[in-house]
Each structure stands twice: as C-alpha cells, then as structure tokens.
Design a protein around this ligand. Structure first.
Ligand code: HMG
Ligand code: MG
Length: 307
C-alpha cells in the first residue's frame, strides 16, 4: 500500500530562472548567456520555461534583452515559453517575439501593486482586460500571477478574502493558469494550505500553481503542503536564482534541483532530467561568478567531482 495515496502522480515544474531568477541581477547578463541558459533548460525537458519579461526597461533593466533572447532560443516543440506582459505594450512585444503564453501579474496586496506595477489592484485588472482579450484572440495561453498571497513586505498580513477576490478576477479574465505567489517567502505549511484551499474554491485545483520564494527556507515544506491539496504545478528557479526588485529582502525562488530531488524521492513524475538541470545550474553560477544556492544542486555537483 502506498503511504501517500493522495499526492499527485505527476507535476508540471515551470522553470522561472531565466526571468524571475535573473531579473534582479545587478550586472548586465548578455542575451547570449540567457539564451544558453534557456537552451540548457529546454534540453533538460521542461514543458514550461518563463524566458522573458516585456516590462519597462527603466523599471527592470535586466529584462531589456527579452526580444533578443526569444529570437535566439532553440525551441522544443511542446514546450511553452512564457513572457510577462503587464500591459498592451508588453503584449505586443511578446506576440512579436512568439511567446506561447503571456503572464499578467497582479497582487493580493494594494501596497505591493502600487510598488510593483504603479497602479491599484482594480486598475491592474482593468489594464489586464485588453491583454487577456488579445491573448485569446491570438490563440495564446494566458496565465495570471498573484503576488503577496501569503504576506506583503509593505502591508504585512494579506487577508484570505483578498487572495480569493483576485483569483476570481483572474479566472473571470479567462486565465488558463493562476499562480499563487509567496513573493517574500514568509508562508509556512498550514498557512499555505489555508490560502491554497481558498484559491481552489475560487478556481480549480488543476489550474493553480505554487510560486514559492525560499527566503525563510519554507518553500519545500510549502510545496509538500500544496501537494497534499492536489496542486500539481510548481514554479522554481535553477540554482535558486532570484528575487523581486520591488520586494526588499526577497531572495530567490525555491531551487529547481531541490524540488526535483524531492519529487524524485516521492516518486512523482516531472519528465525532467535532474542531471542536466544541475549542469545548467553550474553553468549560470559560473557566469554569475558565485556558488549556486541549491542544496541538492551543490550536493550532486560535489558528489560528481568526488567520483
Ligand atoms: P508606468 O510608468 O506606470 O507606465 O509603468 P506608463 O504606461 O506610464 O509608461 C511609462 C514608460 O514606460 C513609457 O516610456 C512607456 O513606453 C514605458 P517613456 O515614454 O517614459 O520612455 N513602458 C514600457 N516599456 C517597455 N515595455 C512595456 C512598457 N510599458 C510601459 N511593457 C509598468 C507601468 C507596469 C510598465 C511598470 O511599472 C513596469 O514595467 N513594472 C515592472 C514590474 C516588474 O517587472 N516587476 C518584476 C516582475 S513581477 C514579479 O517578479 C513577481 C512574480 O515573480 C510573482 C511573485 O513572486 O510575487 C511574478
Ligand atoms: Mg517571483
């Protein structure tokens, strides 16, 4: 008898390192390096890679090469290459760059909405309407991302009702998938389940994803807690890269290698080759000139070096 009959048998891991991971890097990373990173991740077998962000280059300079990167990557048929699109200007750029999926990103916290995208939650939803319609008209997938669903660096507590409300608005905009994001990594497992349970009521479990930053070291525990509720899509960043430029103190997403190691141990299929992800993590860490922050990635690399 299985000891975890309730966990999903397979999950989709969305690799967000090339976007969420790199957007916060101070030194400019060339389009060639970003392209090689995406190509390595493609080869590792991801079904979904967040490769670009069409936002204002004044706000997030690191993402200014998104068009170049999208033109240069070697795409694998079946893999979804996603791009962030805060408004129609971003959408037009994403469409021209042949993104498969566009991501509208809002927040469950008013204060964070203002800091991140310079408008209120209600204004952001109104702005997303055009993007959502254009995505549908052009046959693109639409994803909605909800920041600060577990806490906000500016306003602190975020009520469950506020999360459920934005999930409902993203659903009504026609999102195929909705990300519940712990921008500053403050959630713990029971809190995670409380928020996810409300999100499931407002959407459907198959379309929800967990986007956990690992600031307080809780991300794997929160993923496990979400698995228990049947959530089967998770975002992670190779080598644990990242942070959000508008969330002070936020560190990277949970490391992809750590998530894969856990999924492999649980017998949950991902379709991804962990060894190739470790290689990709070593590659980008060398380019950035520092050791990666994936525990599993570093352990596996050390084991290889010792063999
Ligand atoms: P704004 O200044 O209010 O917008 O910014 P605006 O419409 O008044 O435009 C001002 C200038 O920006 C104009 O240029 C526009 O052309 C330009 P100017 O005339 O001054 O030269 N502009 C653009 N340029 C390129 N692409 C665009 C674009 N739009 C306007 N799409 C805006 C509003 C949303 C654009 C701005 O606030 C912005 O770009 N914010 C970026 C926020 C961001 O990227 N944050 C990080 C990603 S979200 C995240 O990391 C969270 C997530 O991981 C989940 C989680 O962990 O929480 C997803
Ligand atoms: Mg994030």
């Amino acid at each position: 008898m299985s000891i975890q009959p309730h966990l999903p048998k397979q999950v989709k891991i969305v690799e967000v390192g090339p976007r969420d991971g790199l957007q916060n890097e101070k030194e400019t990373i060339s389009a060639a390096i970003k392209t090689e990173l995406v190509d390595r991740l493609t080869q590792a077998g991801f079904a979904n890679i967040e490769a670009a962000s069409f936002v204002s280059p004044k706000w997030v300079p690191q993402m200014a090469t998104s068009t170049e990167v999208m033109a240069a990557i070697a795409r694998r048929p079946g893999t979804i290459y996603s791009a962030l699109t805060p408004n129609m200007q971003g959408f037009e750029a994403a469409l021209a760059a042949k993104a498969d999926e566009v991501v509208i990103f809002g927040s469950a916290s008013e204060a964070f909405s203002q800091k991140n995208i310079n408008c209120s939650i209600a204004e952001s939803i109104a702005r997303f309407e055009g993007v959502a319609k254009a995505a549908k008209d052009n046959g693109l997938r639409l994803r909605g991302s909800i920041s600060c669903a577990f806490g906000c660096p500016y306003q602190g507590e975020v009520p469950l009702d506020a999360v459920a409300d934005v999930v409902g608005r993203m659903r009504d905009l026609g999102c195929d998938e909705i990300d519940i994001a712990d921008t500053i990594g403050v959630a713990t497992p029971r809190k995670t389940q409380a928020v996810m349970a409300r999100a499931i009521e407002a959407f459907h479990v198959d379309g929800l994803s967990g986007h956990f930053h690992d600031t307080y070291g809780q991300a794997l525990a929160n993923i496990y807690a979400s698995l228990e509720l049947g959530i089967a899509i998770y975002h992670s960043s190779v080598s644990g890269l990242g942070g959000c430029p508008y969330a002070k103190g936020a560190t990277g997403n949970v490391a992809t290698e750590d998530v894969l190691y856990m999924m492999n141990g649980l017998g949950i299929a991902t379709g991804i080759d962990l060894d190739l992800v470790v290689d990709a993590g070593q590659f980008i860490s060398q380019q950035l000139g520092r050791k990666g922050s994936s525990r599993a990635g570093n352990a596996l690399a050390a084991k290889r070096a010792a063999a």
